[in-house]
Design a protein around this ligand. Structure first.
Ligand SMILES: [Zn+2]
Length: 266
């Protein structure tokens, strides 16, 4: 027998059944958007200069894909052009949140710089945030067949030790069977990243991690994403704004004389 080309030698495709999907674009409440830009404005007013700041995008447990609010943690260090983020800070902030609120990403400002994309530092921060939030945003995406070469089927109490030497995987069942498919759950999790500027621009990405529970195979990918602003009926009130001013004053730490090693930047 002759093959026309090697593609005919391919093994049959594994069976995949879709169970769910990760977000393809970002949903954000207008309230959260307005709050983010208000933080930048307050930073400018209070410190009389524009500084980078970072916060977390928050969602409710029953709809993890919709950003309903912005959480402002104690910022470690706010330079004019550098913001760094540690997992310790994320953990502390998550603990301060009500039970039904989760972090689904992070947001930061590039102040008045016209640097409208994510920096190398930002890329590292994405992964730190994804690592931290993935347990909360995780959901089953698919059941996928694991192709096992040399699967050996054995019957409980009817095999001997020698039988276990055969095959790559042994499946022991309580009755005689002749065929078996092993399907693993592929879980996916995501986090959002948004960067904004004082002039009103914003850029955003979705970061996704997918992994098979049995094969341990994991992939991570990032994609630029559209953002859809949703009216949730909540608007930034005058008292929200004065509370936010107090928060900004307490939590943002402008640092105008950074040690040299911190200026590795964008
Ligand atoms: Zn940045």
């Amino acid at each position: 027998m002759r093959f026309k080309d090697l593609s005919q030698l391919k093994r049959p495709k594994p069976l995949i059944i879709t169970l769910g999907s990760l977000p393809q674009h970002i949903l954000m409440a207008k309230y959260a958007r307005d709050k983010a830009f208000k933080i930048s404005e307050r930073v400018g007013v209070i410190f009389e200069k524009s500084f980078e700041w970072y916060g977390f995008t928050l969602a409710n447990n029953d709809h993890p894909e919709l950003i309903t609010d912005i959480g402002l943690p104690q910022n470690d260090l706010n330079l004019q052009d550098y913001t760094t983020l540690g997992s310790q800070r994320i953990a502390e902030f998550q603990e301060s949140l009500p039970e039904d609120v989760l972090i689904n990403g992070w947001i930061h400002s590039h102040g008045d710089l016209n640097y409208r994309h994510f920096s190398n530092t930002d890329e590292k921060n994405h992964l730190t945030v994804l690592d931290f939030v993935s347990a909360r945003t995780r959901k089953p995406l698919a059941k996928k067949e694991i192709a096992i070469q040399n699967l050996v089927l054995l019957e409980k109490d009817r095999f001997v030790e020698k039988d276990l030497e055969k095959g790559s995987i042994s499946l022991i069942t309580d009755g005689p069977i002749t065929e078996a498919k092993i399907m693993e759950t592929v879980y996916g999790s995501f986090c959002y990243s948004i960067v904004i500027g004082d002039k009103g621009w914003h850029e955003q990405e979705i970061h996704c991690r997918e992994g098979g529970i049995l094969s341990g195979h994991t992939t991570v990918r990032s994609q630029a994403a559209k953002i859809e602003f949703v009216d949730t009926g909540r608007a930034l009130s005058q008292s929200d704004i004065s509370a936010l001013s107090n928060e900004v004053e307490k939590k943002i730490k402008p640092h105008t004389d950074p040690p040299p090693e911190m200026i590795e930047r964008m």
